[in-house]
Design a protein around this ligand. Sequence first.
Ligand code: BES
Ligand code: MN
Ligand code: ZN
Length: 469
Amino acid sequence: MITLRATRATLAEGQAPLKVLWVREGRLLPQGEALDARLGGLLRRTLEEARFHGEAGESLFLAAAEGHLLLFGAGEDPRQAGGRLAQALGRLAFPEALVEPLEAEGKAYPLAEGLYMGAYRFERHKSQAREKALTLGLSGAQEEELERARKVAEGVYFARDLVNEPPNVLNPEALAETALSLEALGVEVEVLDEEAIRALGMGAFLAVAQGSENPPRFISLRYAPEGAKARLDLVGKGLTFDSGGYSLKPTESMAAMKGDMAGAAAVLGAFRSTALLGLPVELRGYIAACENLISGRAYRVGDVLKTLSGKTVEVMNTDAEGRLTLADALAYAERQGAERLLELSTLTGAAVVALGEEVAALFATEAAWGERVRQAAERAGEKVWPLPLEGAYREKLKSPVADLKNVGDRQGGAITAALFLAEFVGVPLVHLDIAGPAFAKKAHPLGPEGGTGFGVRTILETAQSLAAP
Ligand code: BES
Ligand code: MN
Ligand code: ZN
C-alpha cells in the first residue's frame, strides 16, 4: 500500500528517513543541488566518482551523516519514473520518504500516477503478504493532483485485480457480483441470468456459454450524474476463461486465458474511476460474461447460431468465441440508444503478432471517432496504433450456409475479427484489440507481471474529452 502526501518541505529543509533525488544525464535537479550545497558538494563528487549517469531506473543509495539518500535516474517519462521509483522503494525497507519534484510546480500528476501504478501488488492468494506500507511526501505537489491520481489508480487496480484473479474464483457470476459492488458509488447495475439472456435472443453469446456448468451473466451498467455533458457507451469482452472449446488451445496459450475478461475489467475499472472522480459524463457499459469450455453440451464447429441482431453465423472455430459474445453485446448496446461505441477486447493473437505485446490495435468505423480515442490513448500514455478495416477482406467471412462465418483465414486475423464485429453495429464503433497489452509476461515500469489495467485510462481520457469539447 502506498500513500502520497503533498508537502511544501524541500529536500534541504525537510526531515525524512529517506530522501529521493532525481538524476538526469549525470546532473542533479534544483532541490538536489540545494541539498548538495549544504553537504559541501558531496553528492556531485559521488556522482562523478561512481560515474553515475542516471539511466532511467538506475539508483545509487547513500548513507550520509545527514540521513539516507537515494539518487534515482529519472529518464524521460515522469509517469514511468514514478513507476520505477515505487518498485525500487518497495525493495527497500523504508516506511517513509521525501521525494524531490520532477517537474515544475503543479505538474506532479504524471509522477503521482506512475507511483501508484508501480506500487500495485496482487497478493490475495499468498499465505504471507510481503507488501509493506509506504508513505511518500511529494515536495511541491498539490493535494488535488494526488487525489486525482489516486482515483484513477483505484480504477486501474480494480481492473488489474480482476485480470489477476484466477478463473476458478472469478467466474461469470463473480464478475457480475464485482460489477454490483459499484452500486455503492452510485452506478446502476443490472444483471441478467441465463433465462433472461435467452428471452432476449442472444443466441451467439449463449452458444459460447453453453459448454460450462457455470451460468453466463449479462451485465449492464449506467452512471448518469446530474448535468452530464455527453454520453459514452462501452462494451468489454468478458470471457472469464477461454479454453478454446473444441478448437482447443494448447496449454501454453491457455495459461493467460484467465485474462480474457480484460476488456470487461477495463470497463468496470473505468466506471469505478469515473464515479470516484465525478466526471460529468453519462457512461453506459455492457458485458457478456461467460466461459468457453468443453463438455457434452458445448457448441461445435459447424453449428449455426442466431444472433440478437437476427444475423446468422456459422461457427468455423470455437476459439473465435469473443466476437460471438461481442456481436450480441454490441447489438444490445445499440438497442439501448448508444450514439457511439467504444469496445475493448482481448480478441486476437493476430493483433499481438502485428503490433507486439505492448501496443493495442485500434479499428474505427468512423475516422473522427477513431482519432478522438487515439488521441485520448496518447494522453493517457497507453500505446495504440490504427489498423485498417479493410473492406476487401469482408469476403473472407462469407459462409455457404449462414449470413457469416466466425473466422477468416490465417492472414489479417485481427482485421477480419474487427470486420466481423462491425457487422453488428450501425453507430460509429471503435474496437480496441488489447490482446497484447492487457497482460504483462514480466514486470514493467508501471507494474508487476500480470494484468495491466490497459484501457482504463484511455476510457477516462475519452470520457473527459467528450465532456469538455
Ligand atoms: N482470447 C483469444 C485471443 C488472445 C490471444 C488473447 C492471445 C490474448 C492473448 C481469442 O478468443 C482467440 O482465441 N482468438 C483466436 C482467433 C482465431 C481462432 C481466429 C486466435 O487469436 O488464435
Ligand atoms: Mn478464443
Ligand atoms: Zn478469447
